[in-house]
Design a protein around this ligand. Sequence first.
Ligand code: PGA
Length: 268
Amino acid sequence: MHLEVFASADEAAARVVEMLVNRLTTKPTTVLGLPTGATPLPVYKLLIQAIDRRQCTLGQATIFNLDEYFGVGPDDPRSYAHYMRAALFDHVNHRSDRINIPNGLAEDPRAESSRYEAAISAAGGIDLMLLGLGRNGHIGFNEPGSPAMSRTRLVALTDNTLSANARYFRPDAPAPRSAITMGIATILSARQIVLLVTGQSKAEALRQTLEDPVSMQMPSSALQLHNDVVVVADSGAASKLSVADGSRKGTAGSRERAQPEAMGVRSL
Ligand code: PGA
């Protein structure tokens, strides 16, 4: 794993966009896995700006979203399909037939999950999977206790996640209590994984993700099993990492680039 720590969440987001732009420039047909939540919003904002400046395009890329709430349709403001349109897709040129989000209204969620896995395979697999991190260690909606070999499936959300996400919902349109999510094994099948973690509230989760033994009680720790993970964190999220301490000089694995500049870079 490769850890890069930045002074602010905006700089961390800029670093992720730099990686996305590099990918999309090198391979315009890149297959991206994309997350939702508050963490990636600055990434999408900066990516739209990069696309406006013609630094890259999403026109030929294929996108697979990590997850979708179950029981809500794409026009429901609670859905992640709606989130993705508002955050990214409405603002850029893309081919809608290359955007994939699990169908939250599927009558048969098992069949929908199999269809989603088959679509990922048919696209040649995910080149770059961008992830956020839940305070309870979830990646996608793989809650604590998720099997390491799990694939896309319907899952129940934990009370912890429901209360963390309650801020996104109004009382008259409460949060769905289940979701269709890529599984841990689906995520680990991506060729590269970029984990973006910002804010002090994620510090303990990030510490356990990187420094504790792999345990499915902390699903994100499964990322230790992947051979190409870049962890991009701000100083708040990195504040409990012992591995960040010796890295301020930015030695191991550091890369030359102009902007943004990491406070610390380290291979784990
Ligand atoms: P957040 O969620 O970005 O809204 O904090 C991250 C996650 O739960 O994966």
